[in-house]
Design a protein around this ligand. Structure first.
Ligand code: COI
Length: 355
């Protein structure tokens, strides 16, 4: 990557004070990273500039055919005041696989990490220090060519923006209620379920609305062919502890390979748990609940961290999990993972990197 050009703001915004609410994804920092791509030239003009609206041709391909990709990761303030990232290399790899599937130019992994680190360094005073707070980082890529025929764009922008955040769910670590979607589907084999493209999320909104209308937080998606096997929740991967074994859906093309998901699997295996990535029928989950064997359910994600699930509704049946309380494994994963991320625990797994 060429040398990053800096154009810093002369009118910095007022930062939230410690203790101010940080609703997820709604307060943005002073700067953004931008780099352009032109077919034949490649990526050029990396720059950190004041955060501002984009000028985009109304015919830009991203606006019509959704040629777009994104990532999500966080920067954490450690007890000694330094700042660290959690496994940014995994995000860089996933971003590459998303761009390949979307026929977009790949951002080299080292450039992805350089861009993220440079922006976080610039915005270091925006990294909050209250418990549970972090700087959410959103790298993304959009197709900018003005063209209404369906084809891959010849020009793109790769950008990174950041926002200081607290918990994704307003309920914090209190268990969330999940609605199992049995009509709409999120992903089918051969589709885009395994990548982070905006279209996956746009298509999920209808179910999210249904869930919210009946008092549930999010949707648990079933497989798109038989609507039989559990896959993932709107913004997180999902784990089920049944009779001592911990199940999570396999990443065989329709499930997002979450960085938190893979980290939890590593920790659980290290602790000696039996982790199964076999496909799990939703009927087995509900049966286990009826038999008192559904011990814990939790979601994992960068934004959601570890989120206990207290209620699962499938058709007319409602499963109450662990009396609506966070389970032992869920709590241990939360404590360990957040301990490593915020630098309170030694990073035996070598997952963090200083900014
Ligand atoms: C993340 O966890 O980083 C996500 O991208 C989920 C989301 C907020 C869509």
């Amino acid at each position: 990557m060429q040398e990053i050009r800096y154009e810093l703001t002369k009118t910095p915004k007022k930062k939230p004070a410690p203790g101010d609410p940080l609703p997820f994804g709604s307060i943005f920092t002073d700067h953004m990273f931008v780099m352009d791509y032109t077919a034949g030239t490649g990526w050029h003009d990396p720059r950190i500039v004041p955060y501002a609206p984009l000028q985009l041709d109304p015919a830009a391909i991203v606006l019509h055919y959704a040629q777009e990709s994104f990532e999500g990761l966080k920067a954490y303030r450690t007890p000694d005041g330094s700042i660290q990232l959690f496994r940014p290399d995994r995000n860089a790899v996933r971003f590459k696989s998303t761009n390949e599937r979307m026929v977009m130019p790949v951002v080299p992994e080292e450039d992805f990490i350089t861009a993220v680190k440079a922006l976080v360094k610039t915005e270091k005073d925006w990294v909050p220090s209250q418990p549970g707070e972090s700087l959410y980082i959103r790298p993304f890529c959009i197709a900018t060519e003005a063209h209404l025929g369906v084809k891959p764009s010849n020009t793109y922008k790769f950008m990174v923006i950041c926002c200081p955040v607290a918990a994704y769910y307003p309920t914090g670590l209190n268990p969330v209620k999940i609605y199992v979607e049995d009509k709409y589907v999120r992903a089918t084999p051969g589709g885009t379920g395994y990548i982070k493209c905006g279209g996956n999320y746009a298509a999920s909104l209808i179910s999210q609305e249904i869930a919210e209308s009946i008092g549930y937080s999010q949707t648990l998606w079933l497989d798109g062919v038989e609507r039989k096997y559990v896959e993932e929740v709107g913004s997180m991967n999902c784990f089920f502890k049944i009779d001592g074994t911990i199940y999570t859906a396999p990443t065989i093309g329709t499930v997002l390979p979450g960085v938190t998901r893979m980290s939890c699997i590593d920790l659980l295996k290290k602790w000696g748990y039996n982790v199964s990535e076999e496909r799990l029928p939703v009927a087995d989950v509900m049966k286990a609940s009826r038999e008192g064997k559904l011990e814990e359910v939790f979601g994992t994600g960068t934004a959601a961290v570890i989120s206990p699930v207290g209620v699962l509704k499938y058709k007319d049946e409602v499963a109450q999990i662990n009396n609506g309380e966070i389970g032992e494994v869920t709590q241990r994963l939360y404590d360990t993972l957040t301990g490593i991320q915020w630098g309170r625990l030694p990073d035996d797994m070598h997952w963090t990197t200083k900014v």
